[in-house]
Design a protein. Structure first.
Lengths: 496, 208
């Protein structure tokens, strides 16, 4: 008996097997084990995998006659009590919304391949992932703690898990249908089996179990399962009533595009800004860039990350621009550098020039360093259009220019006080320079270079005295700001 | 011999590339110059007196004769819901000779200037009714109670006033603000009905 078992369980079975050989293989297994398993309502493929038998033998199992040892073969084979139909290729298909019975693994692979082709994914390799309901693992654990010692031994040394068995049977047909090899890679084909409805009867692995209904589907098996008084006939679900729900889809790990943007409009916010169902501003930088990228890569959605932000009414027209990273999820295409160049062109060639993108490229983890660069730019440069309540004179210009590294204390501006902590923040204005405006003695351009995080508008109008000093307090009059631009350019000419 | 030729063609290729890069840079600089010109506005388009920061960012309301005749206060409400409270120009205290000389936040059950509100959730903020006393302003011969006008959480009082009460005389409408209150949306709607707009205020108080 033992000799035969050894012969069978580790055998590599050549592909030329016929179903007659399947009978042979089964007969080679200990018959009391087989009978026991079949009596528990276990399907043939599960039996084979529990004994560690893999290979094409499994493919040759005909779902019509599940149990060759059973004299009463029925055409409608009963649902396996362990795999709940997964290895019998019977399931409720989420796409077709009905129970399907496939004959071979190839047929199942066909369903999956069709889906992949429909979505028109671009890939040169794929990774297959399977997820099965925890209930099945519970069932298998119950079985493992079953009575016969030889049984336990076999299960511990050779048995193949349901996931592995399914993958073994699907990988080759999928590779053929999709025209490439499988490997560990970012493009994943996910097969998800779930079991939502309660099963008839109850799985009991311990005499002292709590309420029966708890075990149905939900509660994970405790690791301290009582083994002693096992009666394996009590181990199982009386019968599995329905097959699993089977859903399948593809997904890809996200791609990241990095670059810098310039903003030309005073009516474009950085991110989508909606209050009470109404959009603030006419567009957002995030959407302008994100929708183009999404379109080009055929992705599901995007996430916009920028190194800092500017107000909706502040433009950034000069200089290198603000760094950003756009994360695109589940792209159907694999983006390339050329793709990035095309996207950049598309964004920049739009008629109403609201936003411009520079240096758009694919980035890996180094992309996040680019962002740190932007935040680490400790000094920001601006040009503000300022009005004063009295005309300015040369002394005023000189006074302002003479202030270097001016310390400013800013209490949280009222306009953000609703969402930020009430604090006093000390900031530094590195230098300032006034540029006169032709035809006016009360309007001028204030160029300033400040520490990152300085509220410029509040520095000009004083925020009811909560920013001190302010331009108004320095000049001894009222000052208002009409316009603010981020300039971010080397202004050596203004440093002296 | 062939190496020499290759070297030459390489160097001319790099020269071309350099020239191209230089040209691109020049174009960029030209563009920058043009944009820089955009920063400078056309003066004839600018108003001689632009709207103030308060006018641009807040909706201005007035509470007239609040609890007592002559006790006129303003409420600046920001789009984010916060309300700045202060003395309207027609407040009775300004009629006293010498104007306001002192301010005291220690009224009611606590010193309003002592509370520390922290965090985004504005922990420790006191919840006041619209008629709760905020502070007391004193003139040479009299003192007047200033009230919240708006039911809500008191976020801050203007500490500067303690050291510089003259701010109330010089610019009660800006640096002389008294407090910032955060009302719940429903409470704001209730009180808004009893407040008047800038136009109405000007008419009622015969101010220009």
């Amino acid at each position: 008996m033992e000799q035969e078992e050894e012969k069978v369980s580790n055998a590599f079975i050549p592909s030329s097997l016929s179903s007659f050989d399947l009978e042979q293989v089964l007969h080679a297994l200990p018959s009391n084990a087989l009978n026991h398993l079949f009596s528990l309502g276990v399907c043939v493929r599960c039996v084979l995998r529990l004994f560690g038998i893999k290979g094409p033998i499994c493919a040759s199992v005909d779902n019509g006659s599940e149990n060759p040892l059973d004299s009463t073969t029925s055409n409608e084979a009963k649902l396996c009590n362990i795999c709940l139909g997964i290895l019998q290729f019977r399931f409720y298909d989420d796409r077709e919304k009905r129970v399907l019975q496939k004959d071979t693994a190839y047929d199942v692979a066909l369903l999956i391949a069709d889906m992949v082709k429909q979505e028109r994914y671009q890939f040169d390799t794929f990774s297959l992932e399977v997820s099965i309901p925890p209930l099945i693992l519970q069932n298998e654990t119950c079985l493992k703690y079953g009575s016969e010692p030889w049984f336990q031994e076999k299960l511990h040394t050779g048995c193949i898990s349901i996931k592995d068995a399914l993958k073994f049977s699907l990988i080759n047909p999928l590779e053929n249908l999709l025209g490439c090899k499988s490997s560990l890679c970012p493009f994943r084909i996910r097969l998800t089996y779930t079991h939502t409805k309660a099963l008839e009867g109850v799985a009991k692995c311990s005499e002292n179990d709590g309420s029966e209904s708890d075990l149905i589907g939900q509660r994970p098996l405790s690791s301290t399962v009582e083994i002693e008084s096992f009666d394996s006939s009590k181990l199982f679900l009386k019968s599995a009533s329905e097959p699993c729900h089977f859903s399948y889809n593809c997904s890809r790990t996200p791609f990241y595009f990095g670059g810098r943007y310039l903003k030309y409009s005073r009516n474009v916010s950085q991110t989508r800004w909606i209050i009470d169902d109404e959009r603030m501003g006419e567009a957002s930088v995030e959407e302008i860039i994100g929708t183009k990228v999404l379109q080009a890569c055929r992705g599901d959605n995007y996430k916009f990350h920028a190194a800092g932000r500017e107000d909706i009414d502040v433009v950034r027209m000069l200089g290198p621009g603000r760094p950003f990273i756009l994360e695109v999820q589940n792209t159907r295409l694999v983006p390339t550098e050329q793709c990035a160049n095309n996207i950049e062109k598309m964004i920049n060639e739009v008629e109403n020039k609201l936003v411009r993108v520079k240096n758009l490229k694919l980035v890996g983890s180094d992309g996040w360093n680019l962002m740190r660069e932007g935040e680490a730019e400790k000094q920001k440069q601006y040009a503000a259009l300022v009005w004063t309540s009295r005309p300015l004179k040369d002394e005023d210009f000189q006074q302002v220019s003479s202030l270097k590294d001016l310390k400013v204390v800013q209490r949280t501006p009222i306009r953000v006080l609703h969402r930020r902590s009430p604090l006093e923040r000390e900031k530094i204005i590195h230098w300032m320079k006034i540029e006169t405006v032709a035809g006016s003695s009360q309007y001028f351009l204030l160029h300033l270079c400040t520490q990152a995080g300085t509220y410029i508008k509040e520095f000009v109008h004083g925020d009811l005295g909560r920013t001190h000093p302010s331009i108004g307090s320095i000049l001894g009059c009222r000052a208002e700001i009409l316009q603010l631009d981020v300039t971010d350019i080397k202004m050596e000419c203004f440093l002296t | 011999m062939s190496n020499h030729v290759i070297e030459e063609s390489n160097s001319s290729a790099t020269k071309e590339l350099e020239q191209k890069q230089e040209k691109e840079k020049e174009e960029e600089e030209d563009e920058d110059d043009e944009l820089r010109k955009l920063l400078l506005p056309d003066v004839c388009n600018l108003p001689s007196v632009p709207p103030s920061a308060v006018e641009s960012n807040f909706a201005i309301y007035f509470a007239l004769d609040f609890m007592k005749p002559g006790h006129d206060q303003y409420v600046y409400r920001h789009a984010n819901g916060l309300c700045v409270i202060g003395l309207a120009p027609s407040h009775v205290s300004f009629k006293d000779e010498g104007g306001i000389t002192a301010i005291d936040f220690n009224v009611g059950k606590s010193d309003r200037s002592g509370v520390k509100v922290t965090g985004k959730r504005k922990k420790n903020a006191q919840h006041f009714e619209s008629n709760t006393a905020l502070c007391k302003v004193s003139t040479k011969n009299d003192s007047y109670i200033v009230r919240c006008c708006v039911k809500g959480s008191l976020l801050e009082v203007n500490q500067q006033l303690i050291k510089q009460p003259e701010l109330l005389n010089a610019s009660a409408d800006r640096e002389g603000y008294i407090a910032i209150i955060m009302p719940k949306p429903a409470d704001w709607l209730k009180i808004k009905a009893s407040l008047v707009s800038v136009e109405e205020y000007k008419k009622l108080r015969e101010v220009s």
